[in-house]
Design a protein. Structure first.
Length: 153
């Protein structure tokens, strides 16, 4: 699924947004750096069908939502950067780390479901312990844990 961020400014020092904020269950967020730059992002929940895919480019629909968000926040600085990336979602929302049952010799580390910052270090730690010491992969990380529709096996 595609996920989009915008970086606005710098230079709109007249706008003060306060601390970073999330709204609509985290699908919509913004933050301001000390130099006045503002980042807004998210909004894919408003165009869910359009945002499923593997093309790593911002779409017009989400750009329009994020431009509107900027206006609503009272920011008038020009857009400096627009970017999008692809996020891999697992069927149960937990990461996948370990051997792929269907492909001997292949190890998987991913499926962070949009939370790479929080999940990646724990998933990597589990996989490294398995490789170095033979520690069993925790069930919650094992790619074989939950076969079913959309599962990676
Ligand atoms: C716009 C955006 C904002 C985000 N913000 C946050 C956030 O604030 N907090 C958070 O926790 N998570 C955030 N995420 C999610 C986070 O970025 C991902 O969960 C995490 O980066 C996934 O890590 P990964 O290593 O699985 O994949 P990636 O980081 O996508 O790395 C995959 C790598 O594989 C390379 N690659 C792809 N195909 C091939 C190939 N055929 N051969 C060789 N190399 C290949 C790619 O170039 C890339 O370097 C955000 C994602 C996006 C798109």
């Amino acid at each position: 699924m595609r996920h989009t961020d915008h970086g606005y400014g710098p230079g709109d020092r007249g706008t003060t947004l306060g601390p970073p904020a999330y709204a609509e269950w985290g699908y919509r967020y913004w933050r301001q750096l000390s130099d006045g730059c503002v980042l807004v992002g998210g909004m894919r929940h408003r165009a869910r069908a359009e945002e499923v895919g593997t093309v790593c480019l911002p779409t017009a629909t989400i750009q329009t939502f994020l431009d509107g968000e900027l206006r609503d926040l009272g920011v008038s600085a020009p857009v400096g950067h627009r970017w999008a990336g692809i996020m891999g979602f697992s069927p149960d929302g937990l990461p996948l780390a370990g051997p792929l049952p269907s492909s001997p010799g292949v190890l998987l580390l991913g499926g962070y479901t949009g939370h790479g910052m929080g999940f990646a270090v724990h998933a990597a730690r589990g996989l490294v312990a398995h490789l170095v010491d033979g520690t069993p992969i925790p069930r919650w990380l094992d790619p074989a844990r939950a076969p079913g529709p959309g599962a990676v096996v």
